[in-house]
Design a protein around this ligand. Sequence first.
Ligand code: FMN
Length: 509
Amino acid sequence: MTADGDAEPCAGRAGQGLGDPGRPRDGSGPPPNGSGGPADGMGEVRPPSERLSYVNKTILAPMVRVGTLPMRLLALEFGADIVYTEELIDWKLLRSFRRVNDVLGTIDFVDETDGTIVFRTCALERKHVVLQIGTSDPERALKVGKLVENDVAALDINMGCPKEFSVKGGMGVALMANQEKAIQILRALVNGLKCPVTCKVRVLPDVDATVAVCRALAETGIAAIGVHGRTRDERPQHANRNHYIHAVADALNIPVIANGGSKEISCYKDISKFREESGCSSVMIARAAEWNVSIFRKEGLLPLDDVIKKYLVLSVDYDNNGSNTKYCVQNMLRELQETPRGKLFLEAQTLEQICTIWDLGSYCRERQLEFKAAGLLGRREICPQVLRQESSDQGNPAKKLKLQDENAVSDDVVTMKVAYLRSLFPTDLDLPKTRLLAWTRRERLGMPSYQTVQEGKLFQSVLTVNDKKYTSSMWEKNKRWAEQGAALVCLCSLGQVNLETLKADGSVL
Ligand SMILES: Cc1cc2nc3c(=O)[nH]c(=O)nc-3n(C[C@H](O)[C@H](O)[C@H](O)COP(=O)(O)O)c2cc1C
């Protein structure tokens, strides 16, 4: 990893313009006069030695679902200097609370409606991680900035996403067409935050218009700008307009980060070539890193199996969600999914099952048990009571929560902590509700009835059969799953499903 303070002088590098001689060109200085910063007494800007420098950096680009903590840490281990998070939408972060996770050694931003981890970070990446947000509103963006500014190195605004969801919401590339709003957002952040602020844009069809809009954005006092050399309508197969990026780099006096070169990047040397062709001191890599993140190694690519193993160890160590891990490994395997091992992988559902394929199954299981013993609140422990209390404590770990009894049989309700894992029931006939209905018909009993309560985005169902009530103490993310969970408790209690089977398949821990 390059040290933060090793800013190479811009002179001698192609591009990077002339600009304001009074400002360091590495983006590490405070914002220019008139754009806020310490002068207006709002954000207390970090001293230059602590501010992230964007000169001569090799960067992991923001990638939805790919840029989560294990991938970012692996990119840093392999030599990336800066790592961007996936884009997170402002309102999602605003409905989260900050939790110090003393079991994993992480800071978690937890969705207060369903307990999902919206953003997980840790001290190892603190000086290198840039949180990218999607926003269309200066006030919301600033609130997010305030929420995270002590936990990240910088904040980035996505102004390049062409997806319908973003554009319809006035976010992403829509901001390139609404410069006034884009400038308001950047000004609010530059003026109000201690950490550097950047944005990532796409080029416009016209090179001069691209330079003009980037210049206007740079004048807000941002520390750097990422430029993807494709227009909003161009797709990855189109050639990247490196000469447009070059023109921007020549015109601006802040670091420009070149992006869009992955099609031509298959080894470390290609990164330098892209850097030269685009006239920028820094480059940002997305797909080439998604496929094999060891692209950041100066010594050369590692075999994919070695990369996957390292990635899985980090996924386990940071309790990364199984489906996110599967998505990332799938994007590494690509055509290898057709191999026997790839097919085995496609069938795997849980993190442990994925790890088993790379001989890390027992490592995963042992670590998970360790975490549970140390009090890690996993998906199964999330219930409205926990979220309400944690949200009001702001994740203060000093207060330990008293969780309800997991497996209790009272006269009123038979309760077990059973997770409904959809993948275990391939056909409708296998579903717990279907099986329970068939059983009640055989026994000539009344139809099972379900009463479901919703709190936030969590659901819990109480099932009544033959005047007896059954429920799972695990809150599910939708009504159907909550009902299936209650039916599973009932089937188990009636001896129609074996408890040992539920333990073996992971429904009961
Ligand atoms: C899986 C995936 C997810 C992406 N998600 C984001 C994102 O969250 N924010 C963003 O600004 N760009 C996102 N992008 C675009 C990349 O950051 C980058 O601009 C683009 O892939 C071109 O760079 P490359 O040639 O190095 O892949 C994504 C790209 C991919 C492949």
